[in-house]
Design a protein around this ligand. Structure first.
Ligand SMILES: [Zn+2]
Length: 189
């Protein structure tokens, strides 16, 4: 129980008396008490006027992919990187559109310049890509088709991007879903 407190140092937990902890029936009860007061790290963000035009660029990228997934990175109103799935061509199952776009950006820029940037991706990021998006410090992620929708066309790991973001309490990220989602899904026909 102390370990949980140490790994989750905040004003609410620091006020929890050790004797009260012992009174609790079990760690699971304590854990749910501790973690439920935390603010979620995924911030639901409304769709913005410019979102569709950037998503159209991501859709064009997706059309070039081994699997139809594409992504673009936008910083200060400019598209600064793009990528599409090259999983077959590059013999790399991790070459998802988002990862390829991030590597495209990093080939020319410092990683610190990704902080606060926005990534547009035609499909809701898988756990691998969402983890990378969080580690890079993106400020906003906008996706087209949801994982649930994509799972009707292609195998998916059924964990939502907001679940991953919520598990990363120190990294806040705005998430907007459903931008041109049906067009992204139609690429699988
Ligand atoms: Zn992915």
């Amino acid at each position: 129980m102390e370990l949980i407190m140490l790994s989750h140092n905040c004003s609410v937990c620091s006020g929890v008396n050790r004797r009260n902890l012992i009174r609790l029936a079990g760690i699971s009860v304590f854990a749910s008490t501790v973690f439920n007061h935390s603010q979620a790290a995924a911030i639901s963000s409304p769709k913005r006027r410019e979102d569709e035009s950037y998503m159209r660029l991501a859709l064009e990228e997706a059309k070039k992919g081994d699997f139809p997934f594409g992504a673009v990175i936008v910083r200060n109103g400019k598209v600064v990187a793009a990528g599409h799935n090259t999983g077959i061509k590059s013999n790399d199952p991790t070459a998802h559109g988002e990862i390829v776009a991030i590597h495209d950006f990093l080939s020319r820029n410092a990683s610190s310049e990704l902080k606060g940037a926005t990534i547009y991706t035609t499909g809701e990021p898988c756990p691998m890509c969402m983890g990378a998006i969080i580690w890079c410090g993106f400020g906003r992620m906008v996706y087209g088709a949801s994982i649930k929708q994509l799972s009707t066309r292609i195998g998916q790991i059924m964990i939502t991007s907001s679940s991953i973001a919520d598990a990363a309490q120190e990294n806040k990220i705005e998430i907007t879903g459903g931008v041109l989602g049906s067009e992204a899904l139609d690429l699988f026909k």
